[in-house]
Write a protein that binds this ligand. Structure first.
Ligand code: NAD
Ligand code: DGY
Length: 325
């Protein structure tokens, strides 16, 4: 069996595949492959480990309908046409749970960094702009005891809420498709409408998966309803906020700050005006980027491939309906 990986993967996952006797070929260039290159390389593989934003759409599936598995090196699957993959009877694997804590840490990091303008101060020092100590200049916002509003209280949203509750005594409100009973019981989290989330949150943190329904939901209209001192954090997908509207809201003071690990498009242009705003912190989509987590993701992604090759159900499957008779 042959496995193709679309980026260089952590060795822990490769070792597992090779121990099964599979031949692994990794994309060796230090850039993301194009859609055409993806199709070419997948034509000669039996299964793939897919990392990044290349699309699994009908064109790809038609060209590579022989694949036994598409194993994503991510929990998010918004680049995949899941219904089409099911029609082609190809199971899609992904990597939930193992990255929840690391990604929530990134959201929390962005929250603290933004509330204290940490990235801005770092840049000031690098420019030689450090005038001892000012009692009034460049003050941040205290987040202790404030209200965290989570859009999408799933695995990562829960970990973020837990951090904010335990470390900062924050009140938790959330907007989700379904009730999160664990969060309600353990963190005293309260489910609210999207409107109430906007109006009541001091910190808005996005942890929902990107769907058509949520595309650009944080727009001009939404930011007009937020508290002027609110901080917006997005570690989910850049498509969930409208960047121009976010920038305008920050300039007009209808929102105070923003911390982004995801942007639209990615990568963000180096001349993007958001990068010059003191109350904005941007990271290059590094939510899960710690060695231990990336190893665990690689192992889970490899286990999904192994299960498919052995004719078993994937360990973590996006489209379990593929197994329906
Ligand atoms: N920045 C990063 O590197 C990074 C890392 C991991 C995950 N992510 C993103 O985070 C997302 C969440 O991951 P997770 O593991 O917590 O997933 P999850 O499925 O456990 O949680 C997502 C939650 O969003 C909710 N949701 C979906 N649509 C909604 C809607 N319209 N309204 C309200 N709630 C809605 C779901 O009900 C679910 O509870 C992923 O899909 C991915 O896009 C980013
Ligand atoms: O969804 C995820 O796991 C990350 O965003 C990487 O794509």
């Amino acid at each position: 069996m042959k496995v193709f990986t679309t980026r260089k993967m952590p060795q822990a996952g490769i070792d597992l595949l090779e121990a099964e006797g599979y031949k692994v070929t990794q994309w060796s260039e230090d850039r993301e492959l194009t859609q055409e290159e993806l199709i070419d390389d997948c034509k000669v593989a039996d299964g793939i480990l897919l990392s990044g934003r290349r699309k699994v759409d009908t064109a790809f599936l038609e060209a590579c309908s022989h694949l036994k598995v598409i194993s994503l090196f991510s929990v998010g699957y918004d680049n995949v046409d899941v219904a089409a993959a099911t029609k082609f009877k190809i199971p899609i694997g992904h990597t939930p749970d193992v990255l929840s804590k690391a990604t929530a840490d990134t959201a929390f990091l962005l929250l603290l960094a933004t509330s204290r303008k940490a990235f801005y101060h770092h840049k000031r020092i690098a420019k030689g702009d450090w005038d001892f100590f000012s009692p009034t200049a460049d003050l941040g916002i205290d987040i202790h005891g404030k209200t965290l509003g989570v859009l999408g209280l799933g695995n990562i949203g829960y970990e973020m809420a837990k951090l904010c509750k335990s470390a900062y005594g924050m009140n938790i409100i959330y907007h989700n498709r379904s009730n999160n009973e664990q969060a309600e019981k353990e963190l005293d989290a309260k489910k609210v409408s999207f409107e109430e989330l906007l109006q009541q949150s001091d910190v808005l943190s996005v942890h929902a998966n990107l769907t058509d329904e949520l595309k650009g939901i944080f727009n001009k209209e939404a930011f007009a309803k937020t508290k002027p001192n609110a901080i917006f954090i997005n570690t989910a997908r850049g498509g969930i906020h409208n960047e121009a509207d976010l920038r305008e809201a920050l300039e007009n003071g209808t929102i105070w700050g923003a911390g982004l690990d995801v942007t639209n498009p990615e990568p963000m242009d180096k001349n993007n005006p958001l990068l010059d705003m003191p109350n904005v912190s941007v990271l290059p989509h590094i939510g899960s980027a710690v060695q231990e987590t990336r190893d665990a993701m690689a192992v889970l992604a490899a286990k999904n491939v192994i299960a498919a090759f052995k004719g078993e159900k994937l360990v973590k499957c996006v489209n379990p309906e593929v197994y329906d008779k």
